[in-house]
Ligand binder design. Structure first.
Ligand code: GAL
Length: 824
């Protein structure tokens, strides 16, 4: 072979390798195409910083087993660039490792760079230093902002390109997103909004990543950018261009939780209904937001007032365990949708309107056809007659018939087990209920007594000037008052207008009082009687934030801290005299001495200076420390914070997030089970009223060592740590459900089924743990059938048929069901 032949061979090989390894992602007005083939893509959001690298493979594997094709994540700018041009991609911020884990598990990925992300994440993902850049205006046509946005977006794209992670390079990423729901706020930015949005599109396209870019909730998105839908339902959505396929970037699987708010959940039936309807109506890409919500560790929770848990009632719960029956009911749906992928993406569509919100959609490809029968009526079940056969379609449900003859799935009929999770005490501790505590006060003398700060100004400054390095910001001033001052009376009070979000006030070293925003209203008025000494008085106000605003037009400009006015009010009979302190000389200090002194780490200088005597209870601003043994086994670990007020917690220096069990969730939960029928929104199905908003906090196993571990608390309000304890969480009982002629499958996930508490084949009703027999029942003893088939095994499968359970005398039109409650 001569040298030119060799060179030819070399280049053909090179070309060939590049060719086979790349995945071509295109689309038409009907579907996303992978290597030229139309596809349906089922995707789920998992945000890497809301779990730990150790959890990632398991979460992604479970997502794959759950029938997903892709994992979506946002990219969190403020986490990666906490200070300007200082980057962090370590630990749970290791984006590349996360993407490679997705690739290793054989899934696609959707990269929503934003870099504004919303996501109930602090400040919507913007670093607060951005706000402090001179001349900046955020999310509009402003060159300072656009330069920063471009800098970060390019950095991420370059990192990803370098690792060949875009599908065009053979990697897993099939779609990328720029901005986030800008269409919801664009009008409030006037013409500049439109200029900015087009700039975003051009900037993104110029990065040349070889896969499609999307914008969500952005009707003006210019081609070739695809605009996509977010919401609880997107079946009625049409993209803004006939070349764009119908895509749903956020199917909200539940909702987030706020301090003081109720705990929203969304039924499996309604979620499956929304998905089935979307594909009935020509959808091609659907992403669950969230598939795994996880935890807002550290100070990442957005706000104001987003809780540390970001469970979201997602198919995988906060700890990464299956949220059944949601997970299983969707898994079944995914399998069926994939099985008819060809027909529903290539087939001809026809539909039959049966009236009263009942209609059939038929996809026909050559001699195969697949049908969806949808009933969007909220109360009335329907009978659909198709090709001479009658089909019952319950209200608010979709039936899928892959061959247009047999119903293999109905969104309202759950044939998946439900798990009831239980908490177990930490068996690694001899006396788990009584951890031994040491403590130390938060040293506040220099601030509270002396008023010593780091900087001063003759105005009240917004807490965002601190670049949000801490929740805590001290405002200090001295007030000189003589007895002959016109304001001086026995009835003086201090009045503070605050916004964000907690205030603790001190005068002359004495604690005066606290106040915090009530749920949903984030500014407050603090007014309290105050006693001044004649002469100089030291006034110290500590402001604490609980997550900066993450959504809304110009949310970045919302006041944070104590915008004032701050006034002294003197009352003399009917006369009211006001002294405004807002223009006083204020001295400022950021953060907590305890954190400066690294109290949260066992090996630092102040590690030994803790007291074990006279443990204070309900004492404002106290540090507590204890050691504990990691619970045995593999089950997820939580720490019960019952009895505490509000503060921050660390295990071995890893932040668990903010805790606030003393904040009781508002009232208004219904005692009736939630009816899945009818449009869902986050106020529809709620629980946890009147309970601590969040009592249990996730302690990822990777935060713990096998021997002794250290828990440190900064208790801001004052609380009682003696009830704090570590527990594990696992399914305690599982309930199987199968409609007639389906298999009832039951699993204790590797543990043994020890007992059967309930079994019935007939028309029994109720929820797991409280089933009740109905009016008809099969003749054989269902309990002993199930006991024989299941007890002593890790899992079992029993067909729900009359041949197994005997005949039933249920009347016409009754959907017979096998219901079982088992103990794990
Ligand atoms: C959307 C937003 C998401 C998330 C969601 C609510 O509007 O795009 O980031 O905030 O709402 O969970």
């Amino acid at each position: 072979m001569n040298s030119s032949n060799l060179i030819f061979l070399y280049f053909s090989l090179l070309f060939f390798t590049a060719f086979i390894s790349a995945t071509e992602v295109t689309h038409d007005g009907t579907a996303i195409k992978i290597n030229g083939e139309r596809k349906i893509i089922l995707s789920g959001s998992i945000h890497y910083p809301r779990s730990t690298p150790k959890m990632w493979p398991d979460l992604i594997r479970k997502a794959k087993e759950g029938g997903l094709d892709a994992i979506e994540t946002y990219v969190f700018w403020n986490a990666h660039e906490p200070l300007r041009r200082q980057y962090d991609f370590t630990g749970n911020l290791d984006l590349i490792r996360f993407l490679k884990t997705i690739q290793d598990e054989g899934l696609y990925s959707v990269l929503r760079i934003g870099p504004y992300v919303c996501a109930e994440w602090n400040y919507g993902g913007f670093p607060v230093w951005l706000h402090n850049q001179p001349g900046i205006e955020i999310r509009t046509a402003n060159s300072v902002y656009m330069d920063e946005m471009q800098n970060f977006t390019t950095l991420i794209v370059d990192m990803v390109k370098q690792e060949k992670l875009f599908a065009s390079q053979g990697g897993p990423i099939i779609l990328a997103q720029i901005e986030n729901e800008y269409g919801n706020v664009i009008s409030s930015y006037g013409d500049a909004g439109k200029v900015y949005m087009n700039w975003c599109a051009n900037m993104a396209e110029s990065l040349d990543i070889g896969i499609p870019w999307i914008m969500c909730q952005e009707n003006d998105a210019p081609q070739p950018i695809i605009n996509t839908c977010n919401g609880w339902y997107c079946d009625q959505f049409t993209p803004n261009n006939e070349n764009s396929p119908k895509m749903w970037t956020e199917n909200w699987t539940g909702w987030f939780k706020s301090w003081g708010g109720k705990d929203p959940f969304r039924t499996a039936e309604d979620l499956a209904f929304a998905v089935a309807r979307f594909f009935q109506n020509g959808g091609t890409f659907q992403n669950y937001y969230m598939y795994h919500g996880g935890t807002n560790f550290g100070r990442t929770a957005g706000g104001p007032y987003i809780t540390t848990s970001y469970d979201y009632d997602a198919p995988l719960n906060e700890f990464g365990s299956l949220n059944q029956p949601k997970y299983g009911h969707l898994k079944e749906l995914h399998g069926i949708l994939h099985s008819i992928e060809k027909t529903i993406t290539y087939g001809n569509i026809s539909s039959i309107d049966f009236g009263n919100s009942v209609y059939a959609t038929i996809y026909q490809l050559n001699d195969t056809s697949s049908c969806f029968f949808g009933n969007t009526n909220t109360t009335t079940d329907a009978t659909v007659t198709y090709q001479g056969v009658d089909y019952n379609v319950p209200a608010w449900s979709v039936s899928i018939l892959p061959d247009c003859k047999n119903v293999v799935y109905n969104t309202a009929k759950v044939n998946t087990q439900t798990d009831v999770m239980v908490k177990k005490i930490n068996e690694a501790e001899d006396e788990p209920a009584s951890l031994k505590w040491t403590w130390r006060p938060q040293v506040i003398d220099d601030t509270v007594v002396l008023g010593k700060g780091q900087v001063s100004a003759s105005q009240l400054i917004d807490q965002k000037v601190t670049n949000d390095v801490s929740d805590y910001f001290w405002y200090m001033t001295s007030v000189n008052l003589d007895k002959d001052d016109p304001i001086w009376t026995d009835e003086m009070s201090l009045r503070v207008n605050g916004t964000g979000h907690i205030l603790h006030a001190f005068v002359n070293g004495e604690y005066l009082g606290s106040q915090w925003a009530s749920y949903g209203i984030f500014n407050y008025l603090f007014e309290k009687k105050i006693k001044f000494n004649p002469g100089n008085n030291q006034l110290t106000l500590l402001s604490a934030t609980i997550g900066l605003q993450n959504y809304g037009a110009r949310f970045d400009l919302i006041d944070t801290g104590l915008p004032g006015p701050i006034e002294i009010i003197g009352k003399k009979g009917d006369e009211i005299i006001i002294k405004d302190l807002s223009k006083h000389k204020w001295s400022y200090k950021v953060g907590l001495n305890g954190l400066d002194n690294e109290l949260i780490y066992a090996d630092k200088k102040f590690a030994s200076q803790w007291q074990s005597e006279n443990l204070p209870i309900n004492k404002l601003m106290t540090w507590y420390k204890t050691t504990f043994k990691a619970p045995l086994g593999e089950d997820p670990v939580v720490v019960d914070m019952q009895g505490l007020g509000k503060g921050l917690a660390w295990v071995n220096g890893n932040s668990l997030g903010r805790y606030w069990p003393s904040f009781i969730a508002e009232d208004g939960c219904s005692t009736e089970p939630c009816d899945y029928r009818g449009s869902y929104d986050n106020s529809k199905c709620v629980k946890n009223c009147g309970q601590p908003t969040q009592r249990w906090y996730h302690v990822p196993r990777s935060f713990m060592k096998e021997d002794d571990n250290e828990l440190v608390l900064f208790e801001e309000f004052g609380g009682n740590p003696t009830l704090v304890n570590f527990q594990t969480i696992r399914p305690g009982s599982v309930c199987g459900s199968a409609y007639e002629n389906r298999d009832m499958e039951l699993s204790c996930y590797g543990r043994v089924i020890s007992d059967i508490k309930f079994a019935s084949f007939g028309d029994s009703q109720g929820t797991c743990g409280s089933f009740e027999k109905g009016s008809c029942e099969a003749t054989n003893d269902a309990l002993s059938v199930i006991q024989n088939a299941c007890v002593g095994k890790e899992s079992c499968t029993v067909p729900a048929t009359e041949s197994v359970f005997g005949s039933t005398n249920c009347g016409e039109g009754v959907s017979k069901r096998l219901l079982v409650e088992a103990v794990c």
